[in-house]
Design a protein around this ligand. Sequence first.
Ligand SMILES: [Zn+2]
Length: 86
Amino acid sequence: MSDCQSLGDCEDARIERLYEYLDGALSHKDLVEIKEHLDGCPECAQEHDLECVIRSVVKRSCTEAAPETLKASILSRISQIQTADH
Ligand SMILES: [Zn+2]
């Protein structure tokens, strides 16, 4: 059952639930509902894919050790801010 196709596009609430879905914050019943919706709705599926890509990139950049040059530039930025405060 896909009401979104008859509406032309999806409710914002559904997109919001998509984020909850990705966060694993939904109940099993809602999970199934969203999964079914994604199967029938290319628009939401695309949104889901995009969000997945963003999340995996963010995750990777968090787990990978920061390059030394990045670390150095962050540290110098921090000391700059600290110097400016005094
Ligand atoms: Zn949809």
